[in-house]
Design a protein around this ligand. Sequence first.
Ligand code: PDD
Length: 285
Amino acid sequence: MSRIAYVNGHYRNLRDACVNIEDRGYQFSDGVYEVCEIRDGRLVDMPRHMARLQRSLGELRIAMPMPLSALSVVMREVVRRNRVGYGIVYLQITRGVARRDHAFPPDAVRPGVVVTARSLSRARNEATAARGIAVITVPENRWPRVDIKSVSLLPNVLAKQAARDRGAYEAWYVDGDGLVTEGSSSNAWIVTRQGSVVTRSARSGILSGITRSVLIEVMEALQVRFEERPFSPAEARDAAEAFVTSASQIVMPVVSVDGQPIGDGMPGEISRRLRQEFHRFSTFS
Ligand code: PDD
């Protein structure tokens, strides 16, 4: 079955789908994106993703290309046409097509919209979660506006590749104060030996993850102790458990940091429980 993408008003076969070479997303990374999980053919936590999308667009002064309700219809239609039961849907909005010039183009330039969806192997994801992943640390080298979900991801690409080159799955950024900010495509968490789940505040240095925000509510409901504060790589290496969160991985246990096993080197009990319980607290649309 050929994959279908939505590109600026049209549903196209992926091999025929294209955008103008003067799209500002292509020339300046001038755009934003969202990734939503798909489960049983439905979009997970869409209202929160749409709220973050609107915020990212607002921060960059890019106009909403269509009403939110229409955007949701397009995203669901791309999921349906690609027959994705379990996977992800990707939405990208750029400032549009204009002759190359750094300053914003005239208001008449319409934002570019691309939506794709793809199936993931649930069995493979569960197998990865059962084993847990390795993480390395890298120096923070991104711009300070990581709260905006921008398509400008070169430092993230390099960090992820550094992880791969060292046989790991994710890289955690460490800021100038020696504290972990987040992963190259996920939020970072530890569980202390006293059983407290710890993650950095979304007020600085990280993207406010949707999975992160839902998980905080999950922990409240399950009465899991939670502290919102930064932690260092040394504290992580000494922690009982660690995990990362993102729309594509939900709660993914971390079993080593910079080659040092976390806890007994196996996914921890609290991480496993939070992964299992997570979708009881999600919305589906
Ligand atoms: N990444 N931090 C960064 C830098 C991210 O890129 C992501 C998501 C997150 C987690 O956010 P959420 O829980 O809303 O997915 C945190 C997506 C999945 C990606 O780039 O593919």
